[in-house]
Design a protein around this ligand. Sequence first.
Ligand SMILES: Cc1cc2nc3c(=O)[nH]c(=O)nc-3n(C[C@H](O)[C@H](O)[C@H](O)COP(=O)(O)OP(=O)(O)OC[C@H]3O[C@@H](n4cnc5c(N)ncnc54)[C@H](O)[C@@H]3O)c2cc1C
Length: 291
Amino acid sequence: MKACAAPSRAPFPDARPSRVVSNRPVGPGWWLLRLEEPSIARASAPGRFVQIRCSEPKACDPLLRRPFSVYWADPEAGTYDVLYTTVGRGTRWMAALTAGPAGGAASSVDVAGPFGNRFTPLGPGERAYLVGGGVGVAPLYFLAREIVARAGPRPQVTLCMGARTRAQLQGIDDFRELPIRSEVATDDGSAGHHGRVTGIFERLLAGEEDPGRVRVYGCGPQGMNESLRAIAVERGLSCEICLEALMACGYGVCFGCVLPIRKELGGDYYNRRTCWEGPVFDARLLHPGIE
Ligand SMILES: Cc1cc2nc3c(=O)[nH]c(=O)nc-3n(C[C@H](O)[C@H](O)[C@H](O)COP(=O)(O)OP(=O)(O)OC[C@H]3O[C@@H](n4cnc5c(N)ncnc54)[C@H](O)[C@@H]3O)c2cc1C
C-alpha cells in the first residue's frame, strides 16, 4: 500500500480575505458557509483544511484561528465550502456571518490555508469505503465528489455515516445526490442501523469478496477513529484516517497538536504534528488509542 500523499512543503499558506458568498443553516446547530478566494479553492483537496480567524478585522479575541476541513471546492468559481457545527465562541461568531457583494471588502473573513496533506486518490479497480461520524463527514464528502468526478458513472463507493441522532446526520442529503451507496447508523436508532457506524462497516466488509481491493477512508470522533484503526489493522486493510485533533497554529510551529505516530511501518512512535505531517495518516502508523 502506498503511504498517504506527502504534506505540501510549499511556503506557509497566506492568510487573506475570503468573501462570504453564503452562510445558511442546514440543520439544528449546523451551517454551510460558502467562501470565495480563488487560490484557496484551487489548492483545496479532500482532507486539507483552512484556519478561520473568528473575530472582526484587527481584533484578536479569540486569538487562535479555528480549523475546518474543506467540504467542497469549485476552482472554476473560485469558491470553497465549510460545513460546521456551532460548539463555542468561534463557531457562533461564524454563524452570524452574512453574504457580501462580489468585489466588496465588507463581509469577508480572514482565512489561512489550505493546510495539511490529503487522502490518497482511489486507484483503478479499487473499492472505496468512506467511514465518517459527526463533523468528520466534511472531508469525506469532498473525497466522494472527487471519486465520482474521476471514476465515471458507476464508481465503487460506499459511505458509512454515523451520528448520535437522525437530526445530526448532516450532509447525508448531499451524499445521497451522488451515485454512491449510502448507509447510516445512529446511536439512538432514529435512522438507519441502531448502533455504531463501524458496526455497519464490518457487516458490509464481511460481504466483500476481495478485501485486497478495498480502500478505507475515515474521519470521525476519537472513538470511531480508534475502532476503525483497529479493524483495519486486524484485517490488513488499506486505510487512511483524517485526525481532527485540537490544534492551535496550523503551521507546525506550536506543537500543540502532536500525537504518537510512526514515521514508517514497524518504526518507533514520534510526537508528530497533526496539522503539518497530517491530518491524514495511514491507520497502521497510528498508536492504538489515538487522540
Ligand atoms: C483538521 C480539523 C478539521 C476540522 N473540521 C471541522 C469541520 O469541517 N466542521 C466542524 O464543524 N468542525 C471541524 N473541526 C472542529 C473545529 O475546529 C472546532 O469545532 C472549532 O475549533 C471550535 O471552535 P469554537 O471557538 O466554536 O469552540 P471552542 O470555544 O474553542 O471550543 C468549544 C468546545 O469544543 C471543543 N473542541 C474544539 N475543537 C475541537 C476539536 N478539534 N475536537 C474536539 N473538540 C473540540 C472544545 O474542547 C470545547 O469543549 C475541525 C478540527 C480540526 C482540527
